[in-house]
Write a protein that binds this ligand. Sequence first.
Ligand code: AMP
Length: 193
Amino acid sequence: MPTICVYCASSSNIPDRYLDLAAAVGAGIAARGWQLVSGGGSVSMMGAVARAVRAAGGHTIGVIPRALVELEVADHDADELIITDDMRARKGLMDERADAFLALPGGIGTLEELMEVWTARCLGMHDKPVVGLDPWGDFALLREQVRHWEQQGFVGAAAVAELSWTTEVEQALDLIAAELATAVHQPGSRGGM
Ligand code: AMP
């Protein structure tokens, strides 16, 4: 059963449409019989995606550093809540458990997580799908920045192509499904990066 790692906002100061998007992604993941691994937060889009997976009968894995548990933002309803000593251990575990990575709109935490798995894929450290779901252009400036780097020669076209962008939930999940079907990496094999 494939496990999808979702990166998304932890801020509560965002319009409701983002929470609806996160819920639709969660429902879509469960509908395909997939599992969720995420940063283990109960707040904002993070909480919305995990609750929606569970509401549709799916399994959720939260991986959260001890310091954030102490801030009382952990998703205690997760089917598995794994508490790590620090952020690095947390990210390593999320990467290891995931068969694919899906970034939704978010802030700097989401950006950092997306950049890390995209870079690792470009370097051949893993071959798991990396997809961005961006219905409202929240990543438009980042994509413009990447185009600039590509024009200047800092980033190659092949690297740009390692991250797929979509605007629709089902399209994002279809992209992941298609890549998983042909990937060398076998879902559930627990391969690390
Ligand atoms: P941001 O985009 O800055 O809101 O950060 C969200 C991302 O960073 C998520 O995908 C999480 O993995 C991680 N993160 C940030 N804040 C929290 C939190 N309170 N609880 C759990 N994970 C968090």
